[in-house]
Design a protein around this ligand. Sequence first.
Ligand code: CA
Length: 542
Amino acid sequence: MKKLRFSRRIAALALAVLTACGSIFAAGCGKTEDSGYKYEQELNIIDDNYRTFYEIFVYSFCDSDGDGIGDLQGVISKLDYIAELGFTGIWFMPLMQSTTYHKYDTVDYYSIDEEYGTIDDFKELIAECDKRGIKVIVDIAINHTSSKHPWFLEMYDYVSGLKEGEEPDASVCPYVDYYNVEKGKYGTSTWYQIGNSDYGYEGSFWSEMPDLNLANEDLRRELEDVMKYWLELGAGGFRIDAAKEFYSGSKSKNVEVLSWLTDYCKSVKEDAYLVAEVWEGFSSYMAYYESGIDSVFNFALADSTGKIAKTLNASDAANSGHALAEAMVKVQDTMLSYNPDAIDAPFLNNHDLARAAGYFSANEARMKMASAINLMFSGNAFVYYGEEIGMSGSGKDENKRLPMYWSATDTSGMTRGPLDADKIEQKFDPADVQMEDETSIYSCMKRAIRLRNENPELTRGRVAVMDAIEDSDICAVSKTYEDSTIYVLMNVNETEEKQITVPKDIYSYEGIRGYYTTDGSEVKLSKDGTLTLPPYSIVILK
Ligand code: CA
């Protein structure tokens, strides 16, 4: 009896070992050659307007000449870093001559701010970006100028000097009509008196940022010349600042301005790409697609209260993985109902928002997954500099724009950052350390971008929810581009490994095309079609 029991135990053990080995060898993923799966696929980057953009605040990015202020030569020295991450586009926050550190108030639309360099530096930057397949879009603030802009100074002098009872005359001073100037309107939070005159001007953000009157045709011709200048210098398009304030409170007039900008830029450069900032709720900013503009930033996804953070921070049904899949379809359908050629512009973070390290309480896995979800959206995903290393920064604007944390030991290229920023300790390693670590935030983001650059369906595909996937922690969507369909499944559960079956009779796929995990573990697909998704992981089936 004893002997028999023993041998039964051996047999059971042997069976268990065989079963375990079987599942290992049957796994359709990993780096085993017999499965035919390779961890990295060939890159398949198409030279069109579907890209992955890196947002750079030059001031805080990289300093080339030791004055502590980032500059274009500094950016040029980091283009390999940006290309290595897989970015195919850069959005530059304003580069033009300005009186503020953030440079959103322009003094000269035909210049590079002297702190950043020269027009020749910009030309060199464009040439170096071209070599790396990176499209450059330039931030342009046309809702307002600086109060030091020559147009405003001339208008101000002229109106201040009017005799009592005299009306401003645009044939004498055309700049009167370039701004919103009205008799008796001043002394509010957005209207300011011009000298001691009876007239006031509008400054919807600040007294020193006077609003332009975009209804004026002469001004429009001037701004067309400005856009043409930058497009001819090699800019691939523009990020349009503050589009909801062109005519504060009038969506239809703002849409008309965006139509004009889009049509004009595309008449100069057919493949120009424009993305507008309309910082409003989902249905409000979506309606701006009516203008025909390529993209409007998808604010509903971003920030601590956006869909991505809610999916990871909340556990209710409205913020489940399944709800995220439905949101992807809703974004697409809403956007395309206004403009069939629209390109979504998802982002998690930008220069006006608190960085994710704060609202995710420095939960590294959650930060990685949030950035990865952003990168799984169709369209042009935008990533704010420093997001790839989990930088901190919240509170006043200056804190959201801290020096890029290149290294803790090598100070070359480090900037001093905005003068009014607080001293903020970074919670995660600097870039040079994270680049050497295969499971760092940096390496995970690089992996997620790689998936975009391998699979054109991921960024360009038409999205549909995979209804047969019933686990609500799984965001499961198909994406179809031209004749090819991929299936993207994301496990948004932080702690649970998921085993699910993706039925081949409903979804036609051969196997794993690529996967993403936040801890270096593997996604597995067994012969019987069981998919094993580690916590916070993504798989692409094709
Ligand atoms: Ca400098």
